[in-house]
Design a protein around this ligand. Structure first.
Ligand SMILES: Cc1ncc(COP(=O)(O)O)c(C=O)c1O
Length: 395
């Protein structure tokens, strides 16, 4: 998989200045590299069977230009709210490549999709939600299932625990089958078991359960002479694949699904990867505005930059072990090093991105770069302290 080495990042930045895409005086900027996006999407396309619909999760990266690029490359979009459905439409995504998954859709939102986004994939989060679906629904209707499998997703992102607010528990199999018999408009099943997953054995296990459930529904429907079947399965996202081939790779996952399930033989398949697609395509650059020298030997100096908890909410506000790689632009040959805390610009004590970094001696105007920041950063932008977003540069 393509990576963005520091030297390439420096080149990109310099070119952006000389092309007039950003001013040298810009406080901070986020760069998103389209070629990297294309690389990640083509990995999905190469490893999965060609007819799989990859609907990229908008919540991970919602910049309109990035959404448009995804659509231009022929991929779909997964929306977590009606607002995201509208963003997908605005990006030019055809309705039959949009998946709508919010756990709290209102009657009006469902009606809106029925009237204006005909052909959309809509997954209900509960059996109760089926009552809100208009008759002759114009989209493709699925039920989200909670397969209750074990996953290595951090607890914060594990959505398949018994008390999860997402999906209908697989323990309610009989009720799900009864609902599917009563509502022949249901033609799909959906699962998403969590994010930050490395070991995808839980996903494979979950797919087996969902395929099994789909086959049971299809058998019962045939017996009851109901002329519709479950013909698509949405296997969600959440796996942060390490590579295209080899251990914990996309190819290994697809091979496992092929050898252990009937997924690709009997069903149309949808995926919803977000972080895997975006994470490494983007970097953020901030000017160092001030360096406050520490007078105490054991306390690092403070270097203030122009983004903090507003851009990196998960890093600052949660206990998740998020460590974006960083470097200081153009300072590889600097002989003097010192210890720094990297302070964000917001007015509260906890707004620090890094503590105790050993860095080349910093001064006002140096550029601090954070890498691999393409997912769940700008799409989570916080208005706290009302600072403007960094300039966004798609290249
Ligand atoms: C339903 C659903 N699909 C897909 C995703 C994307 O997950 P990831 O970005 O980890 O691939 C999420 C993330 O929360 C989700 O809730």
């Amino acid at each position: 998989m393509k990576q963005l080495p520091n030297s390439e990042i420096e080149q990109i930045y310099k070119k952006a200045i000389s092309a007039g895409l950003i001013e040298k005086s810009e406080k901070s900027a986020i760069f998103y590299v389209k070629e990297m996006l294309q690389d990640r999407l083509s990995i999905l396309h190469r490893c999965f069977p060609a007819d799989v619909l990859h609907a990229v999760a908008i919540k991970a990266q919602s910049h309109p230009e990035v959404l448009k690029s995804i659509v231009d490359f022929g991929f779909g979009l997964e929306a977590a709210s009606l607002e995201e459905v509208k963003m997908a439409v605005a990006a030019g995504c055809p309705a039959h490549k949009i998946v709508f998954d919010s756990p709290v859709k209102t009657r009006e939102e469902i009606q809106y999709c029925h009237e204006h986004v005909q052909g959309i994939y809509l997954n209900v989060n509960s059996l109760q939600e089926l009552d809100r679906i208009p008759t002759n629904f114009s989209g493709n209707l699925g039920i989200r299932i909670n397969p209750l499998v074990q996953t290595d997703a951090p607890e914060f992102f594990d959505v398949v625990r018994k008390n999860s607010k997402f999906g209908v528990s697989i323990l309610k199999e009989n009720e799900i089958i009864a609902a599917a018999l009563q509502c022949p408009a249901v033609t799909g099943l959906h699962m998403h078991i969590g994010s930050g997953i490395r070991d995808f054995s839980g996903n494979v296990e979950a797919v087996k359960m969902i395929v099994n459930l789909a086959e049971k529904i299809n058998l019962k429907r045939a017996k009851n002479v109901i002329n519709s079947r479950i013909d698509w399965i949405d296997i969600g996202g959440g796996i942060h694949f390490e590579s295209e081939t080899g251990d914990f790779s996309v190819a290994e996952f697809v091979d496992k699904l092929k050898s252990e399930t009937n997924l690709f033989n009997n069903f149309e398949v949808i995926t919803e990867y977000g972080a895997f697609v975006h994470k490494q395509n983007s970097f953020a650059v901030s000017r160092i505005e001030y360096v406050l020298e520490s007078e105490l030997k054991d306390i690092p100096h403070s270097a203030f930059i122009h983004f903090g908890a507003d851009l990196f909410l998960r890093k600052v506000y949660s206990s998740l072990p998020i460590n974006y790689p960083y470097f200081v632009f153009g300072k590889t040959a600097e002989p003097n090093f010192a210890k720094y805390n990297i302070a964000g610009p917001l007015c509260f004590a906890g707004d620090y991105l890094y503590y105790d970094l050993e860095l080349p001696k910093l001064e006002e105007g140096d550029l601090f770069v954070m890498k691999d920041i393409g997912a769940n950063t700008l799409s989570m932008w916080s208005r706290h302290c009302s600072r403007e977003e960094p300039k966004f540069v798609l290249i």
